[in-house]
Design a protein around this ligand. Structure first.
Ligand code: NAD
Length: 260
């Protein structure tokens, strides 16, 4: 990275977002962390990352389902960091249920966080990016931005929506030095998934290996998890000069899932 950049990575107190934030900081970018969790643990992680990478690391605990909280987070980024040069819309949640039982409140929350939050962060980051003639937007989508699975109606709808948003912004930013791409992971081994494995093994009377292979990785041909670090490496490539002509792409990293 030649010029000092500021990267806002939403949902970076855990999992994929945390790995992306760490990778960007290691590459020399100032980073703004976002997400929920234990305040002391987040502050310890924030300080450790700043010290190890030698960059500025900020934090926002904004609830990204709330447009006003998003506006406050973006204003903080402007005041404390001079604006967001690299925006990673990564925060996301899941709920699994047949459509007839799907709680309407869960639908609203998933659409608000997994899709609408990205609309707000992008609309607020775009003026700075366009004005300086450089910006990178990465949306953590999913294999579910390209194919569906049953019982995940809100998640699949939001992720297909983020695919459309990604392509639209790619066209709007193209002549202004702004690039917008989506990363589409299959199953990634994050703390969230780790918990699911233990729970499913218990509730179905299976071993954890059986759950991984026959339940979670049933659709993932390699039968191996993607790692958060592999997703972060793809994100690092997208913001590097080698990624300059990648725009509006759905970058699959799914062990062959969507090749089915
Ligand atoms: P995770 O649960 O480990 O992390 C989610 C992050 O979002 C956390 O930092 C959490 O605090 C934050 N968050 C949750 N609700 C929030 C809210 N209302 N406001 C602000 N922040 C909030 O999850 P992960 O597995 O790292 O997933 C990250 C992204 O990757 C999500 O968009 C998810 O859909 C996507 N993804 C994950 C997988 C997978 O297998 N783990 C696969 C494909 C796509």
């Amino acid at each position: 990275m030649t010029k000092k950049r500021t990267a806002l990575v939403t949902g970076s107190t855990s999992g994929i977002g945390k790995a992306i934030a760490e990778r960007f900081a290691a590459g020399g970018a100032d980073v703004i962390l976002s997400g929920f969790g234990d305040a002391d643990a987040i502050e310890a992680d924030r300080a450790a990352l700043a010290a190890s990478a030698g960059v500025e690391v900020g934090y926002s605990g904004a609830d990204l389902t709330d447009p006003e909280a998003i506006a406050e987070m973006m204003a903080m980024a402007e005041v404390d960091f001079g604006g967001v040069d690299i925006l990673v819309n990564n925060a996301g949640i899941q709920h699994v249920s047949p459509i007839e039982d799907f709680p309407a409140r869960k639908w609203d929350l998933i659409i608000a966080l997994n899709l609408t939050a990205a609309f707000h962060t992008i609309r607020l980051a775009m003026p700075h990016m366009k004005q300086q003639g450089w910006g990178r937007i990465i949306n953590t989508a999913s294999a579910h931005a390209l194919v569906a699975s049953p019982f995940k109606s809100a998640y699949v709808a939001a992720k297909h929506g983020i695919a459309g948003l990604t392509k639209t912004i790619a066209l709007e930013g193209a002549e202004f030095g702004v690039r917008c791409n989506a990363i589409c992971p299959g199953y990634v081994y994050t703390p969230l998934v780790e918990g699911q494995i233990a729970d499913t093994a218990k509730s179905r009377g299976m071993t954890e290996d059986e759950v991984k292979r026959d339940v979670l990785l049933a659709a993932q041909p390699t039968k191996e998890f993607v790692t958060s670090e592999q997703v972060a490496a793809m994100a690092a490539f997208l913001i590097s000069p080698d990624g300059d002509q990648i725009n509006g792409a759905m970058m699959q990293i799914d062990g062959g899932w969507v090749a089915h």
